[in-house]
Design a protein around this ligand. Structure first.
Ligand code: 5AD
Length: 358
């Protein structure tokens, strides 16, 4: 390992500041240097967010989408997807089952589906909030007034990935959408008091290490509370079906650099990572991640939420217990709190109990 690499890494672990020119060699690291990157990220993870792993129960309540993103199996032009919408009462029932399984956060995710007005969703949020858990929404772009209504209904967090911070690549991948508006939505969400999650895919065709460095600097500039970083997985019924999937090693390196740059943030070991690598979740948890988002969506809906191939595969009967075992296997523990993110300014770091929010 070169001295210059070692110097960048140890400075990043202390100052949490890096330029794009410094990030790129970290993303390209292999062998001993790559292991040093993972170890540095793991140490920063332990120092800032501790050994708790937060489990977020995910409900994919609709796979209708009015967007046509080139990579996504739910894109509106994909006529092969069996579309579904869960009834509001069913969504609440699944959330209750999730809370009974021990989940302290319920994530409501769907395609961009205006069939669910903010009034309908607000009622669902209100019902779920009565269960005493945190609610995260991942429902795409809405008017600011709708984001406001949902916040007032009790939603705590919102997940809206930038997907890529390269505006031109963004425009190519998202016909009819604009990067500028995406960022505007993220700014509204922060203004309204949501804990904001964003994130990007790794291995998109047309993406370079420089683009990924921009993604990481974007997440830092926006001081996001959470960042979902997962590999691109080609879906055969999309225009990108013939492309190569994202690289697992590179995804882990992006995750590790994210931990160095936004040390306070919640970083999931994503399902996409686990889809490409049977040890993906463990590897993620050892490279900076501190969150897992297990799927609560029941069949027959679960099978039809095929963002990428493999996503809808049947879940083993002991799935939820297995996730907890996995956490223990990597020497960590399942968090007992709802796990809001705590940024510097609100609290210095894990361990300073006086400033921890409930
Ligand atoms: N491969 C990997 N991730 C994908 N997503 C959508 N399509 C794909 C794909 N083909 C991710 C996007 C989106 C999230 C719900 O799933 O990042 O925000």
């Amino acid at each position: 390992m070169e001295d210059s690499f070692r110097a960048i890494l140890s400075r990043a672990a202390q100052t949490h500041r890096l330029t794009a020119a410094e990030i790129i060699p970290l993303l390209a690291a292999r062998g001993e240097a790559e292991q040093a990157l993972f170890a540095a990220a793991d140490a920063v993870r332990a120092k800032w967010v501790g050994d708790d792993v937060h489990l977020r129960g995910l409900i994919e309540f609709s796979n209708y989408c009015h967007n046509d993103c080139l990579y996504c199996g739910l894109r509106r032009s994909n006529g092969r997807t069996r579309r579904y919408r869960m009834e509001p009462a069913d969504i609440v029932a699944v959330a209750k089952a999730g809370v009974n399984l021990g989940y302290r956060t319920i994530v409501l995710q769907s395609g961009d589906d205006p069939w669910y007005t903010s009034a309908v969703l607000a009622q669902v949020v209100e019902e779920i909030k009565k269960l005493g858990v945190a609610v995260t929404l991942s429902i795409g772009e809405r008017k600011k007034s709708e984001y406001r209504d949902l916040k007032l209904a009790g939603a705590d967090r919102f997940l809206l990935k930038q997907e890529t911070a390269d505006p031109e690549l963004y425009a190519r991948l998202h016909p009819g959408q604009s990067y500028h508006h995406r960022v505007e939505c993220l700014e509204w969400l922060a203004e309204l008091g949501y804990q904001v999650g964003s994130g990007n895919m790794v291995g998109l065709p047309g993406q370079s290490l420089a683009t990924l460095a921009e993604d990481l600097l974007f997440l830092q500039a926006k001081a996001v509370d959470m960042a979902g970083i997962g590999p691109f997985i080609p879906h055969p019924d999309t225009p990108l079906g013939g492309c190569r999937p994202g690289d697992v090693g590179l995804t882990l390196r992006v995750l590790a650099v994210a931990r160095l740059l936004i040390p306070w943030a919640h970083l999931p070991a994503t399902t996409a990572l686990a889809t490409l690598d049977s040890e993906g979740r463990e590897k993620g948890l050892r490279s900076g991640a501190n969150v897992i988002m297990p799927d609560l969506t029941p069949p027959p809906y679960h099978d039809a939420y095929e963002i990428y191939p493999g996503k809808g595969a049947p879940l083993p009967t002991d799935y939820h217990a297995a996730v907890r075992k996995l956490v223990a296997r990597v020497g960590r523990r399942v968090a007992a709190t709802v796990g809001h993110s705590v940024k510097p300014g609100q609290i210095k770091r894990h361990g300073d109990r006086s400033a921890v929010q409930g």
